[in-house]
Design a protein around this ligand. Structure first.
Ligand SMILES: [Fe+2]
Length: 181
């Protein structure tokens, strides 16, 4: 098996691991920047390019709980604003182009939560973007098929479905808000 870059990534993140800090995020960004530069001849990456899975778990760390996922997205795919609960994530673009916008949550004039778009950035191959606990963002695939890696500090499916810590926003009357409770 020719999986050197993936194995190096696992070893690197495990060696860097610790409670959330600027240093841990910087290290994890660096490890992902190396991963997206992996030669396409490595078996794991060749398989992702060949099979183009919508979502595939590449690694789950039994000791620390972090997860690495791969997603293939067609041009035009939009993922509405959401946070990541108590987790933090780093996105890394292997191919294609993804626009990511960030939002702040404020209380609207009617007292309901409302998102205000802060900015957006276009990420192309080789670029990474980190979102820390509380950050809210959306994604739009501009050029596909895009292959992105999503590193999550914990299993976000558990954070979502069991812990109910993740907030997804819905569009209502031209603003992003939450379902009325
Ligand atoms: Fe996200």
């Amino acid at each position: 098996m020719n999986n050197n870059a993936l194995e190096n990534w696992i070893g690197g993140v495990r060696a860097s691991w610790g409670p959330l800090s600027s240093a841990v995020v910087a290290d994890c960004r660096r490890h992902l920047e190396a991963l997206v530069r992996a030669p396409a001849t490595e078996d794991w990456l060749a398989a992702l390019h060949r099979d183009a899975p919508l979502s595939e778990e590449l690694y789950r760390d039994a000791d620390h709980g972090f997860v690495l996922l791969a997603h293939t997205e067609p041009a035009g795919l939009y993922r509405p604003p959401h946070d990541h609960g108590r987790g933090w994530v780093i996105y890394a673009i292997q191919q294609g182009e993804i626009e990511m916008a960030t939002y702040a949550r404020i209380e609207g004039a009617d007292g309901r939560p409302q998102l205000v778009k802060r900015d957006s950035a276009v990420l192309s191959a080789g670029m990474v973007q980190a979102y820390l606990p509380g950050d809210i963002h959306d994604t739009t695939c501009l050029r596909g098929p895009a292959l992105l890696f999503r590193f999550t500090e914990r299993d976000l499916r558990i954070e979502d479905r069991e812990a109910h810590q993740i907030t997804r926003y819905i569009a209502q009357g031209g603003i992003w808000t939450v379902e009325p409770s």
